[in-house]
Design a protein around this ligand. Structure first.
Ligand SMILES: C[S@+](CC[C@H](N)C(=O)[O-])C[C@H]1O[C@@H](n2cnc3c(N)ncnc32)[C@H](O)[C@@H]1O
Length: 391
Protein backbone atom coordinates (compact mmCIF):
# COMPACT_ATOMS: atom_id res chain seq x y z
CA UNK A 1 0.00 0.00 0.00
CA UNK A 2 2.72 2.46 1.07
CA UNK A 3 4.79 1.30 -1.91
CA UNK A 4 1.91 1.92 -4.34
CA UNK A 5 1.26 5.35 -2.88
CA UNK A 6 4.89 6.38 -3.08
CA UNK A 7 5.10 5.11 -6.67
CA UNK A 8 2.02 7.14 -7.61
CA UNK A 9 3.51 10.18 -5.93
CA UNK A 10 6.79 9.70 -7.82
CA UNK A 11 4.84 9.40 -11.11
CA UNK A 12 2.83 12.54 -10.41
CA UNK A 13 5.99 14.43 -9.52
CA UNK A 14 7.64 13.26 -12.73
CA UNK A 15 4.63 14.37 -14.81
CA UNK A 16 4.60 17.73 -13.06
CA UNK A 17 8.33 18.22 -13.68
CA UNK A 18 7.81 17.29 -17.35
CA UNK A 19 4.86 19.67 -17.80
CA UNK A 20 6.67 22.50 -16.05
CA UNK A 21 9.84 22.03 -18.11
CA UNK A 22 7.89 21.81 -21.39
CA UNK A 23 5.57 24.74 -20.77
CA UNK A 24 8.39 27.22 -20.21
CA UNK A 25 11.35 26.24 -22.32
CA UNK A 26 12.80 25.52 -25.68
CA UNK A 27 13.44 21.78 -25.41
CA UNK A 28 14.93 20.57 -28.70
CA UNK A 29 17.64 22.62 -30.40
CA UNK A 30 18.10 20.05 -33.20
CA UNK A 31 15.80 17.37 -34.60
CA UNK A 32 16.83 14.04 -33.25
CA UNK A 33 15.27 11.95 -36.04
CA UNK A 34 17.10 11.00 -39.22
CA UNK A 35 15.51 12.63 -42.31
CA UNK A 36 17.64 10.52 -44.67
CA UNK A 37 15.58 7.53 -43.56
CA UNK A 38 12.36 9.54 -43.61
CA UNK A 39 12.77 10.69 -47.19
CA UNK A 40 13.34 7.14 -48.39
CA UNK A 41 10.19 6.00 -46.61
CA UNK A 42 8.05 8.99 -47.51
CA UNK A 43 8.93 9.22 -51.23
CA UNK A 44 8.01 12.90 -51.37
CA UNK A 45 7.45 14.72 -54.64
CA UNK A 46 5.95 17.92 -55.97
CA UNK A 47 2.41 16.76 -55.18
CA UNK A 48 3.18 15.96 -51.55
CA UNK A 49 1.34 17.80 -48.82
CA UNK A 50 3.17 17.09 -45.60
CA UNK A 51 2.16 17.56 -41.98
CA UNK A 52 5.12 17.30 -39.61
CA UNK A 53 5.70 18.07 -35.94
CA UNK A 54 8.13 20.97 -35.84
CA UNK A 55 10.52 20.01 -33.02
CA UNK A 56 13.62 22.01 -34.07
CA UNK A 57 12.45 22.45 -37.68
CA UNK A 58 15.53 20.83 -39.29
CA UNK A 59 13.51 18.02 -40.88
CA UNK A 60 10.69 20.22 -42.18
CA UNK A 61 13.44 22.09 -44.08
CA UNK A 62 14.99 18.81 -45.25
CA UNK A 63 11.69 17.69 -46.80
CA UNK A 64 11.68 20.89 -48.88
CA UNK A 65 14.53 19.45 -50.90
CA UNK A 66 12.01 17.12 -52.57
CA UNK A 67 10.05 20.27 -53.48
CA UNK A 68 6.95 19.10 -51.63
CA UNK A 69 3.91 21.22 -52.55
CA UNK A 70 3.32 22.23 -48.93
CA UNK A 71 4.75 21.51 -45.51
CA UNK A 72 2.68 22.30 -42.43
CA UNK A 73 4.90 22.32 -39.37
CA UNK A 74 2.84 21.94 -36.21
CA UNK A 75 3.96 22.17 -32.59
CA UNK A 76 2.21 22.96 -29.32
CA UNK A 77 5.36 24.57 -27.97
CA UNK A 78 5.65 28.10 -29.46
CA UNK A 79 9.41 28.15 -28.68
CA UNK A 80 10.00 25.23 -31.04
CA UNK A 81 8.18 27.12 -33.78
CA UNK A 82 10.17 30.28 -32.98
CA UNK A 83 13.28 28.25 -33.75
CA UNK A 84 11.96 27.19 -37.15
CA UNK A 85 10.92 30.78 -37.87
CA UNK A 86 14.45 32.00 -37.18
CA UNK A 87 15.87 29.43 -39.62
CA UNK A 88 13.30 30.42 -42.25
CA UNK A 89 14.10 34.12 -41.80
CA UNK A 90 17.84 33.46 -42.19
CA UNK A 91 17.19 31.46 -45.37
CA UNK A 92 14.90 34.16 -46.79
CA UNK A 93 17.53 36.78 -46.02
CA UNK A 94 19.76 35.04 -48.54
CA UNK A 95 23.13 34.87 -46.74
CA UNK A 96 24.32 31.28 -46.38
CA UNK A 97 27.36 32.32 -44.35
CA UNK A 98 25.16 33.87 -41.66
CA UNK A 99 22.84 30.87 -41.61
CA UNK A 100 25.84 28.58 -41.16
CA UNK A 101 27.34 30.70 -38.39
CA UNK A 102 24.11 30.65 -36.42
CA UNK A 103 23.17 27.03 -36.91
CA UNK A 104 26.37 25.33 -38.11
CA UNK A 105 28.92 26.89 -35.77
CA UNK A 106 26.24 27.48 -33.12
CA UNK A 107 27.35 31.09 -32.62
CA UNK A 108 27.77 34.29 -34.62
CA UNK A 109 30.19 37.12 -33.78
CA UNK A 110 27.50 39.61 -34.78
CA UNK A 111 24.38 37.74 -33.72
CA UNK A 112 22.67 40.88 -32.39
CA UNK A 113 23.23 42.86 -35.59
CA UNK A 114 22.00 40.04 -37.85
CA UNK A 115 19.01 39.44 -35.59
CA UNK A 116 18.18 43.15 -35.75
CA UNK A 117 18.22 42.94 -39.56
CA UNK A 118 15.87 39.99 -39.82
CA UNK A 119 13.62 40.56 -36.81
CA UNK A 120 10.92 42.16 -38.98
CA UNK A 121 10.55 38.88 -40.88
CA UNK A 122 9.44 37.02 -37.74
CA UNK A 123 5.87 36.78 -36.43
CA UNK A 124 5.26 38.44 -33.04
CA UNK A 125 5.33 35.07 -31.25
CA UNK A 126 8.84 34.32 -32.51
CA UNK A 127 10.08 37.85 -31.83
CA UNK A 128 8.88 37.58 -28.25
CA UNK A 129 11.11 34.54 -27.79
CA UNK A 130 14.22 35.69 -29.65
CA UNK A 131 14.21 39.22 -28.23
CA UNK A 132 15.09 37.54 -24.94
CA UNK A 133 17.18 34.65 -26.18
CA UNK A 134 19.29 35.79 -29.10
CA UNK A 135 22.33 35.56 -26.82
CA UNK A 136 22.06 31.79 -27.19
CA UNK A 137 24.31 32.51 -30.20
CA UNK A 138 26.95 34.38 -28.23
CA UNK A 139 30.32 32.60 -28.46
CA UNK A 140 31.48 34.42 -25.35
CA UNK A 141 28.76 32.86 -23.19
CA UNK A 142 29.71 30.06 -20.81
CA UNK A 143 28.19 27.41 -23.10
CA UNK A 144 29.67 29.00 -26.22
CA UNK A 145 27.17 27.38 -28.58
CA UNK A 146 23.46 27.37 -29.32
CA UNK A 147 23.67 23.56 -29.21
CA UNK A 148 24.26 23.72 -25.47
CA UNK A 149 21.13 25.87 -25.01
CA UNK A 150 17.51 24.89 -24.53
CA UNK A 151 16.88 22.13 -22.01
CA UNK A 152 18.23 19.25 -24.13
CA UNK A 153 21.29 21.39 -24.93
CA UNK A 154 21.80 22.11 -21.23
CA UNK A 155 21.83 18.37 -20.51
CA UNK A 156 24.21 17.77 -23.43
CA UNK A 157 26.49 20.45 -22.03
CA UNK A 158 26.48 18.97 -18.53
CA UNK A 159 26.93 15.41 -19.77
CA UNK A 160 29.79 16.28 -22.12
CA UNK A 161 31.57 18.25 -19.34
CA UNK A 162 31.05 15.27 -17.07
CA UNK A 163 32.26 12.69 -19.60
CA UNK A 164 35.22 14.79 -20.68
CA UNK A 165 36.60 15.34 -17.18
CA UNK A 166 40.37 14.75 -17.44
CA UNK A 167 40.34 11.86 -14.92
CA UNK A 168 38.07 9.84 -17.22
CA UNK A 169 40.59 10.10 -20.06
CA UNK A 170 37.82 9.88 -22.64
CA UNK A 171 38.55 13.05 -24.59
CA UNK A 172 41.25 11.61 -26.92
CA UNK A 173 39.05 8.58 -27.66
CA UNK A 174 36.04 10.72 -28.51
CA UNK A 175 38.22 12.93 -30.66
CA UNK A 176 39.53 9.86 -32.57
CA UNK A 177 36.04 8.46 -32.83
CA UNK A 178 34.52 11.42 -34.64
CA UNK A 179 37.49 11.40 -37.06
CA UNK A 180 37.13 7.66 -37.84
CA UNK A 181 36.50 6.65 -41.44
CA UNK A 182 35.51 3.00 -41.09
CA UNK A 183 33.38 0.87 -38.80
CA UNK A 184 36.48 -1.23 -37.92
CA UNK A 185 38.20 1.89 -36.59
CA UNK A 186 35.05 2.92 -34.69
CA UNK A 187 34.74 -0.52 -33.07
CA UNK A 188 38.37 -0.53 -31.92
CA UNK A 189 38.07 2.97 -30.45
CA UNK A 190 34.78 2.13 -28.77
CA UNK A 191 36.25 -1.03 -27.20
CA UNK A 192 39.07 1.07 -25.73
CA UNK A 193 36.74 3.70 -24.31
CA UNK A 194 33.87 1.50 -23.14
CA UNK A 195 35.30 0.68 -19.65
CA UNK A 196 35.73 4.40 -18.97
CA UNK A 197 32.32 5.28 -20.28
CA UNK A 198 29.85 3.77 -17.88
CA UNK A 199 30.09 4.18 -14.13
CA UNK A 200 27.58 3.49 -11.40
CA UNK A 201 26.72 7.16 -10.94
CA UNK A 202 25.83 7.41 -14.65
CA UNK A 203 22.92 5.02 -14.14
CA UNK A 204 21.67 7.14 -11.25
CA UNK A 205 21.97 10.31 -13.36
CA UNK A 206 20.05 8.86 -16.30
CA UNK A 207 17.25 7.76 -13.99
CA UNK A 208 16.58 11.28 -12.78
CA UNK A 209 13.15 12.58 -13.93
CA UNK A 210 14.50 16.11 -14.34
CA UNK A 211 17.30 14.96 -16.68
CA UNK A 212 14.88 12.91 -18.78
CA UNK A 213 12.30 15.74 -18.87
CA UNK A 214 14.97 18.17 -20.02
CA UNK A 215 15.95 15.76 -22.76
CA UNK A 216 12.30 15.68 -23.78
CA UNK A 217 11.66 12.09 -22.76
CA UNK A 218 8.29 11.81 -20.96
CA UNK A 219 7.39 9.24 -18.31
CA UNK A 220 5.20 7.08 -20.61
CA UNK A 221 8.19 6.58 -22.88
CA UNK A 222 10.47 5.70 -19.96
CA UNK A 223 7.85 3.26 -18.65
CA UNK A 224 7.65 1.67 -22.09
CA UNK A 225 11.40 1.08 -22.12
CA UNK A 226 11.54 -0.13 -18.51
CA UNK A 227 8.68 -2.60 -19.10
CA UNK A 228 9.99 -3.89 -22.38
CA UNK A 229 13.76 -3.75 -22.35
CA UNK A 230 15.64 -6.46 -20.40
CA UNK A 231 18.36 -4.07 -19.16
CA UNK A 232 15.89 -1.30 -18.22
CA UNK A 233 16.45 2.35 -19.09
CA UNK A 234 20.20 2.38 -18.50
CA UNK A 235 20.68 -0.89 -20.44
CA UNK A 236 18.62 0.55 -23.29
CA UNK A 237 20.71 3.73 -23.44
CA UNK A 238 23.99 1.79 -23.25
CA UNK A 239 22.97 -0.66 -25.98
CA UNK A 240 21.69 2.04 -28.30
CA UNK A 241 24.82 4.10 -27.72
CA UNK A 242 27.02 1.12 -28.52
CA UNK A 243 25.01 0.26 -31.63
CA UNK A 244 25.18 3.75 -33.08
CA UNK A 245 28.89 4.17 -32.36
CA UNK A 246 29.95 0.77 -33.67
CA UNK A 247 27.43 -0.15 -36.37
CA UNK A 248 26.65 3.17 -38.08
CA UNK A 249 29.35 5.25 -39.78
CA UNK A 250 30.14 8.31 -37.70
CA UNK A 251 31.74 10.61 -40.27
CA UNK A 252 28.37 11.95 -41.43
CA UNK A 253 26.59 11.41 -38.14
CA UNK A 254 25.84 15.02 -37.44
CA UNK A 255 23.35 14.11 -34.69
CA UNK A 256 26.03 12.90 -32.27
CA UNK A 257 28.80 15.21 -33.45
CA UNK A 258 26.87 18.34 -32.57
CA UNK A 259 26.42 17.36 -28.95
CA UNK A 260 29.97 16.10 -28.54
CA UNK A 261 31.56 19.20 -30.08
CA UNK A 262 28.90 21.94 -29.91
CA UNK A 263 28.94 22.50 -33.69
CA UNK A 264 28.53 20.95 -37.13
CA UNK A 265 31.08 21.06 -39.93
CA UNK A 266 30.44 21.84 -43.60
CA UNK A 267 30.68 18.08 -44.36
CA UNK A 268 28.84 16.82 -41.33
CA UNK A 269 25.64 18.80 -40.91
CA UNK A 270 21.92 18.66 -41.70
CA UNK A 271 21.01 19.23 -45.34
CA UNK A 272 19.43 22.61 -44.65
CA UNK A 273 22.88 23.94 -43.74
CA UNK A 274 24.69 22.67 -46.84
CA UNK A 275 25.72 25.38 -49.24
CA UNK A 276 24.71 23.30 -52.27
CA UNK A 277 21.08 23.20 -51.08
CA UNK A 278 20.77 26.83 -50.12
CA UNK A 279 19.27 28.13 -53.39
CA UNK A 280 16.69 25.35 -53.52
CA UNK A 281 15.68 26.05 -49.94
CA UNK A 282 15.47 29.76 -50.57
CA UNK A 283 13.29 29.26 -53.65
CA UNK A 284 10.91 26.91 -51.82
CA UNK A 285 10.88 28.02 -48.20
CA UNK A 286 7.57 29.86 -48.68
CA UNK A 287 5.95 26.42 -48.94
CA UNK A 288 6.39 25.91 -45.19
CA UNK A 289 3.58 27.10 -42.91
CA UNK A 290 4.02 27.07 -39.17
CA UNK A 291 1.22 26.43 -36.65
CA UNK A 292 1.34 26.64 -32.87
CA UNK A 293 -1.25 24.10 -31.83
CA UNK A 294 -1.81 20.35 -31.51
CA UNK A 295 -2.00 18.05 -34.54
CA UNK A 296 -5.67 17.43 -33.76
CA UNK A 297 -6.53 21.10 -33.56
CA UNK A 298 -4.57 21.83 -36.74
CA UNK A 299 -6.53 19.20 -38.68
CA UNK A 300 -9.84 20.51 -37.33
CA UNK A 301 -9.04 24.05 -38.35
CA UNK A 302 -7.37 23.29 -41.66
CA UNK A 303 -9.05 20.21 -43.07
CA UNK A 304 -7.69 18.97 -46.39
CA UNK A 305 -6.11 16.02 -48.11
CA UNK A 306 -2.62 15.64 -46.73
CA UNK A 307 -0.45 12.99 -48.31
CA UNK A 308 2.17 12.54 -45.57
CA UNK A 309 2.15 12.75 -41.79
CA UNK A 310 5.42 12.72 -39.84
CA UNK A 311 4.41 12.20 -36.24
CA UNK A 312 7.88 11.75 -34.72
CA UNK A 313 7.51 9.80 -31.46
CA UNK A 314 4.75 11.91 -29.94
CA UNK A 315 2.18 9.09 -29.99
CA UNK A 316 4.24 7.32 -27.31
CA UNK A 317 3.42 10.37 -25.21
CA UNK A 318 -0.31 10.12 -25.85
CA UNK A 319 -0.71 6.35 -25.79
CA UNK A 320 -0.48 6.00 -22.02
CA UNK A 321 -1.47 9.46 -20.91
CA UNK A 322 -4.40 10.27 -23.14
CA UNK A 323 -5.74 7.41 -25.31
CA UNK A 324 -8.85 9.44 -26.15
CA UNK A 325 -6.71 12.22 -27.64
CA UNK A 326 -4.74 9.57 -29.54
CA UNK A 327 -7.93 8.19 -31.05
CA UNK A 328 -9.22 11.64 -32.00
CA UNK A 329 -5.93 12.43 -33.70
CA UNK A 330 -6.03 9.20 -35.71
CA UNK A 331 -9.65 9.75 -36.77
CA UNK A 332 -8.68 13.18 -38.10
CA UNK A 333 -5.59 11.79 -39.85
CA UNK A 334 -7.78 9.25 -41.65
CA UNK A 335 -10.42 11.87 -42.47
CA UNK A 336 -7.72 14.15 -43.88
CA UNK A 337 -5.56 11.47 -45.44
CA UNK A 338 -7.13 9.47 -48.20
CA UNK A 339 -5.93 6.20 -49.69
CA UNK A 340 -2.17 6.02 -50.08
CA UNK A 341 -1.38 8.66 -47.44
CA UNK A 342 1.82 7.74 -45.60
CA UNK A 343 2.18 8.04 -41.85
CA UNK A 344 5.65 7.87 -40.35
CA UNK A 345 6.20 7.45 -36.63
CA UNK A 346 8.98 6.45 -34.31
CA UNK A 347 8.61 4.79 -30.95
CA UNK A 348 10.72 3.86 -27.95
CA UNK A 349 9.04 0.47 -28.24
CA UNK A 350 10.08 -2.25 -30.70
CA UNK A 351 6.49 -2.58 -31.83
CA UNK A 352 3.68 -0.11 -32.11
CA UNK A 353 0.73 -1.60 -30.24
CA UNK A 354 -1.08 1.60 -29.38
CA UNK A 355 -3.04 2.22 -32.58
CA UNK A 356 -6.70 2.35 -31.46
CA UNK A 357 -9.16 -0.33 -32.46
CA UNK A 358 -10.99 0.51 -35.66
CA UNK A 359 -8.01 2.50 -36.92
CA UNK A 360 -5.48 -0.29 -37.38
CA UNK A 361 -7.73 -1.96 -39.99
CA UNK A 362 -7.59 1.20 -42.09
CA UNK A 363 -3.78 1.01 -42.29
CA UNK A 364 -1.21 -1.22 -43.91
CA UNK A 365 2.08 -1.30 -42.02
CA UNK A 366 5.26 -1.65 -44.06
CA UNK A 367 7.84 -3.30 -41.77
CA UNK A 368 9.58 -4.65 -44.89
CA UNK A 369 10.67 -1.09 -45.72
CA UNK A 370 10.96 0.43 -42.26
CA UNK A 371 12.90 -2.25 -40.38
CA UNK A 372 15.88 -2.42 -42.71
CA UNK A 373 16.21 1.35 -42.81
CA UNK A 374 15.88 1.56 -39.04
CA UNK A 375 19.25 -0.22 -38.73
CA UNK A 376 20.90 2.59 -40.73
CA UNK A 377 19.35 5.35 -38.62
CA UNK A 378 22.11 7.72 -37.51
CA UNK A 379 20.29 8.74 -34.34
CA UNK A 380 19.97 5.14 -33.25
CA UNK A 381 18.07 5.71 -30.00
CA UNK A 382 14.58 4.60 -31.04
CA UNK A 383 13.09 1.15 -30.58
CA UNK A 384 11.39 1.27 -33.99
CA UNK A 385 10.60 3.31 -37.09
CA UNK A 386 7.12 2.61 -38.46
CA UNK A 387 5.52 3.38 -41.78
CA UNK A 388 1.75 2.99 -42.19
CA UNK A 389 -0.10 3.53 -45.46
CA UNK A 390 -3.80 4.45 -45.42
CA UNK A 391 -5.85 1.83 -47.32
C1 LIG B 1 7.29 14.25 -29.80
S1 LIG B 1 8.56 15.18 -30.54
C2 LIG B 1 10.00 14.50 -29.84
C3 LIG B 1 11.24 15.02 -30.44
C4 LIG B 1 11.65 14.29 -31.66
N1 LIG B 1 11.88 12.90 -31.40
C5 LIG B 1 12.91 14.92 -32.26
O1 LIG B 1 13.96 14.43 -32.05
O2 LIG B 1 12.81 15.91 -32.96
C6 LIG B 1 8.55 16.62 -29.71
C7 LIG B 1 7.78 17.77 -30.25
O3 LIG B 1 6.43 17.45 -30.43
C8 LIG B 1 5.64 18.46 -29.82
N2 LIG B 1 4.35 17.82 -29.53
C9 LIG B 1 4.10 16.81 -28.67
N3 LIG B 1 2.82 16.43 -28.74
C10 LIG B 1 2.23 17.22 -29.69
C11 LIG B 1 0.91 17.31 -30.25
N4 LIG B 1 -0.07 16.51 -29.84
N5 LIG B 1 0.68 18.23 -31.21
C12 LIG B 1 1.66 19.05 -31.64
N6 LIG B 1 2.93 19.01 -31.13
C13 LIG B 1 3.21 18.11 -30.19
C14 LIG B 1 6.46 18.92 -28.63
O4 LIG B 1 6.14 20.23 -28.22
C15 LIG B 1 7.88 18.82 -29.18
O5 LIG B 1 8.38 20.01 -29.73
Amino acid sequence: MVKTLSRKLAQRTHDLVFRTVHSRNLIYNACWEDPRIDRRLLELDQRSRVVVLTSAGCNALDYLLDRSASIDAVDVNPRQNALLWLKIALIERGRHDDLFRFFGDGHHPEHRRVYGELRHRLPAEARRFWDHHVDYFDAASRQGSFYYRGTSGAVAWLLTRYLLQPRRQLKPHLHDLIQADTLEEQRAIYAAMEPRLWRRVDGWLLNQPLIMSMLGVPRPQIRLIKDEYPGGLVGYIRDKFKHVLTEVLIHDNYFWRVYLTGSYTADCCPNYLRREHFDTLRANVHRIRVHTTTVTDFLRRRPGTYSHYVLLDHQDWLARHDPMALEQEWRLILANGGPGARVLMRSASHRVDFIPEGIREALTFRPDLAQTLHLEDRVGTYGSVNLAVVR
